[in-house]
Design a protein. Structure first.
Length: 224
């Protein structure tokens, strides 16, 4: 089985981050790269040879953090994952099998861009090829992702994962949504940030998607 590294951006909420870390250790053989993003309360990270920790004093925006992780990781595949998601089984092996079928990214949640809605929304169609994946859990071909990169303009995660997904498709990659043994807890990146900040940056990210991709139907997956 190919080596995989799980990349986690940790921005406080240490108990939830630790629960995610332990779930990955217990249900996979993956390496872990933890990016401690900005000043925060220290947590007791497990002493395990599979874990590497990088501490950044000056907090990075979401895209810059993702790009640093993609650059730092040396395994052929990586998982971009939010520390609100936990493994309840082996989520990596089935996702990796799907990657081997020719997809550049496999995720747990995603969907199809709603063309009738002028690209303003995404519809969850369940398992199958999709236009976009969410960063709760995305297993990605590292070399392909490194060539594409996340847009540094995205300081906040929301809709930035959609932009990265569409950029992967624009570069010729195919994405797949797969049911996986994962659970979603409280998403602190959404629920525990200033609502005005959240809405401002979410809107900026989505407006950038519309400017960059709207109308490029040739990059979308088959409708279903």
């Amino acid at each position: 089985m190919e080596k995989v590294t799980v990349a986690l951006i940790i921005e406080g909420f240490g108990d939830d981050a630790l629960a995610t870390i332990h779930s990955i250790l217990n249900h996979s053989d993956a390496q872990l790269l933890l990016l401690i993003n900005g000043k925060q309360e220290k947590i007791e990270i497990p002493r395990d040879s599979r874990i590497e920790v990088v501490e950044i004093k000056q907090k990075l925006g979401w895209a810059n953090a993702i790009n640093q992780l993609i650059s730092d990781i040396k395994t052929p595949y990586l998982v971009i994952m939010d520390p609100s998601t936990t493994f309840v089984g082996d989520a990596i092996t089935p996702a990796l099998h799907k990657i081997k079928e020719g997809f550049v990214a496999v995720g747990w949640r995603g969907g199809l861009v709603n063309i009738e809605d002028e690209w303003r929304s995404v519809e969850d169609k369940g398992e199958g090829e999709v236009d976009v994946l969410f960063s709760y859990f995305m297993l990605v071909d590292r070399e392909f992702a490194l060539k594409v990169g996340a847009n540094p303009s995205a300081k906040y995660y929301r809709n930035a994962d959609l932009e990265l997904s569409l950029a992967l498709r624009e570069a010729g990659g195919k994405l797949y949504q797969l049911d996986l043994p994962l659970e979603q807890g409280r998403h602190h990146g959404y629920h525990d940030v200033d609502p005005a900040y959240r809405e401002k940056h979410s809107k900026e990210n989505y407006n950038r998607i519309l400017r960059r991709f709207r109308g490029k139907s040739d990059i979308l997956s088959p409708r279903r």
